[in-house]
Structure formats: structure tokens, C-alpha cells
Ligand binder design. Structure first.
Ligand code: CA
Length: 363
């Protein structure tokens, strides 16, 4: 098999025009043929981790099978090739061709990236996909990432998450004061303004941190992943819902020069496979969460509780402030915010008379 050596400067050296900063300017420059590609994909997940980690392994297997072996992707867990939170930089620089993680991990570089994972009290997974694929969201995301030499592709979703594990009860808004919690993204900023301290750390560090009392609380994902990390052995109270992550979408990011060197049929295989993984991952989470929650319901050391309404009301009002500040002075962020909330507003009415009404009726 011929190995396609990929380095950041190869495209220019081979006489291929680099992607401009114009959104959409990432069409293939390669002719369809039997050329074979070998890519590396770095991720933020523990190797072969249920849900997210397996999702990217399945993605690589699907692409291999669908392309007849023309595009082979070797997947690396967080820390195996680059640290878990350096996926964005590694793919942007062209150290590797591809990455899989969550866009909100990059809020320090590009704050508006958080819209494409999740916004507290924002879209659920159905709405996020509706916005990305039919409401202009994906075009805005590609525009946002173009200066970083990255092509983002939606790839996976966990569905609505859980509120997290707490080693003390949350009965009033005062219980948030001084609370040290592992919570990423905008949710972390909202907690900070409510008087807590938000700590960012990779999922794999969470168990030890809460067990040793370095933090008082931690959110990770939901029952399926939380049980896999043993979080139910570290804290007694398991709160719901995941107000901060109501349907977070994951991303495949591809270095734009590497992307352009793929023939159009392989590009289509990558995009279609990512879409298949989104569906497959939701199926895995829907099944895995249901089974794992049964285990927690039957665990005498775990209490599953809803957040008090006054706590959720405060967090929602702070979220509105935080979101409004994010777009100040940044026209692209303002366009993303406007597009996101324009769709959410009309979707809210539709969800209320469909999913929401049905689930309430079924109980
Ligand atoms: Ca989470």
C-alpha cells in the first residue's frame, strides 16, 4: 500500500492552492482513483471509551469498509499522541490529518465554538441537528473554523446529559456558593457567576479528583459513561437534568489541506459516515443510559434527585447574560447567536407539542 505522506506544507509544495478563508472553499482538488490514504486521528477520549471513544473507532471502521480500504484512519486516545485538550491545535497545524472531540473545548481560542457543542438551556440533539443540517448552522461553523485551517463535521451526540455528581445536597441557590465542580464550557462560566468554581479537566481525571476531595462535584456525561468511570462510587447525589448540556454534539475536524487532497467520493464517504455515527451514537447512549440508570436506581449509596426549580431559574437567567456578552464586538459570533436562537425560538413551540407533550403523556 502506498502511504500518502502528509505534512502541513505538502499541499503548497505540490502546487495545490490552499483553502482560502472563504467558507465552502474546500472542494476536492484530487481526481477519483485508487490512491490510498492513511490518516491519524487524535481524540480527547480514553481509548475505545464507551460512546465517544467507540464512536470514533466505528467511524474509522466504516470509512475503511465504505472506501474499500482507500482511506485508513488510525485512532489515538487522549494523551496517546497529543494531550486530550490539544486535538484542535494538532489538526490545525497539520501534525495529524484528523481529530475527534467537542468544539467547546476550544472556547479559549474561539468562543463561539461552544454553539456547535451545546449551550446551557439551549437545543436538544434533535434541534441541534435540525439547525446544523437545515438551518445554516454547519455553514456558520465552517466559516468560524476556516481561519484555523479546519473543516468541522458533526459527528456524534450524547443526548441530554445528567447534572452531575455532588458530595453535598443542592437545596437552594446558596448551596452553589463555594462549590468546586468539574464542568466545562459555558456551564462552567454560569456556575462561576452563581458563586461556584468551575474546573476544566479531562474526563479520565475526574474520578480521582472528586474522590480525593479536590473538587466537590463533577459532571461528565450521563449514567452510561458515569458508571463506566465509577463516578457513582465517589459521591452520593446524582442530580438531573443536565441544564448545561442538553444535547451536546461532537465534532470530527479535518485539516483543510488534507481534506482537499481527498477525492470527492472519499469526502462524501467521510461526511456520510460521520452522519451515521451521530445516529449510531445516539442509539448506543439511549440503550446504555437506560441500562446504567437501572443500576443506579438500585444502588443504595446513590440518590437521584432533580435540581430545585429556584436553582435552575437562577442558572437560566445567568446563562442569558453570559450568552449576550459572548457576541459583544464580534460580528460572526453575533450572526451565530442570532441564527441559533432564531431557530430555537420556533423549535421550542414545536417541541412543546411533540416530544415534550408526548413524554409527559406517556408517564
Ligand atoms: Ca458533560
Amino acid at each position: 500500500m502506498k502511504r500518502r505522506q502528509f505534512v502541513g506544507g505538502l499541499a503548497a509544495a505540490a502546487g495545490v492552492a490552499a483553502c482560502s478563508s472563504e467558507p465552502g472553499d474546500c472542494d476536492s482538488v484530487a481526481a477519483a482513483g485508487d490512491e490510498r490514504f492513511e490518516w491519524s486521528c487524535v481524540t480527547s477520549w480514553p481509548p475505545k471509551y464507551p460512546g465517544m471513544g467507540m464512536g470514533v473507532e466505528n467511524l474509522a471502521a466504516r470509512i475503511d469498509a465504505s472506501s474499500g480500504g482507500r482511506l485508513k484512519i488510525k485512532v489515538y486516545g487522549g494523551g496517546e499522541l497529543v494531550p486530550a485538550f490539544e486535538v484542535f491545535d494538532a489538526v490545525s497545524r497539520g501534525t495529524v490529518e484528523m481529530g475527534h472531540d467537542a468544539s467547546y473545548y476550544h472556547k479559549g481560542k474561539v468562543e463561539a465554538a461552544q454553539y456547535f457543542t451545546t449551550i446551557p438551556f439551549g437545543m436538544n440533539h434533535l434541534e441541534l441537528n435540525g439547525w446544523l443540517y437545515y438551518g445554516g448552522g454547519l455553514e456558520l461553523w465552517r466559516e468560524l473554523y476556516a481561519p484555523f485551517n479546519l473543516v468541522p463535521i458533526p459527528c456524534g451526540n450524547t443526548g441530554v446529559q445528567m447534572g452531575g455528581w455532588f458530595n453535598k445536597e443542592i437545596n437552594t441557590v446558596d448551596d452553589l456558593k463555594g462549590l468546586k465542580m468539574r464542568i466545562p464550557g459555558l456551564g462552567g462560566e454560569v456556575l462561576r457567576r452563581a458563586g461556584g468554581t468551575a474546573v476544566a479537566m479531562a474526563g479520565a481525571e475526574t474520578f480521582t479528583s472528586i474522590q480525593t476531595g479536590v473538587i466537590d462535584a463533577a459532571e461528565w456525561v450521563g449514567a452510561y459513561n458515569d458508571v463506566a468511570f465509577g463516578l457513582h462510587k465517589t459521591a452520593r447525589y446524582y442530580y438531573y437534568p443536565g441544564w448545561h448540556e442538553p444535547g451536546p454534539g461532537l465534532e470530527t475536524i479535518i485539516n483543510r489541506e488534507a481534506w482537499k487532497l481527498l477525492p470527492a467520493d472519499l469526502q462524501a464517504i467521510v461526511e456520510t459516515s460521520c452522519q451515521a455515527i451521530t445516529t449510531d451514537m445516539m442509539a448506543e447512549y439511549t440503550h446504555g443510559n437506560a441500562r446504567a440508570l437501572q443500576q443506579l436506581i438500585n444502588d443504595p449509596n446513590v440518590e437521584i434527585r432533580p435540581f430545585p426549580p429556584e436553582v435552575l431559574d437562577l442558572l437560566e437567567s445567568i446563562t442569558r447574560e453570559v450568552v449576550a456578552e459572548m457576541s459583544e464586538g464580534d460580528p460572526l459570533t453575533a450572526r451565530i447567536e442570532e441564527s441559533y436562537y432564531a431557530f430555537l425560538e420556533i423549535s421550542r413551540a414545536n417541541q412543546r407539542v411533540t416530544e415534550q407533550a408526548y413524554l409527559e403523556t406517556r408517564d
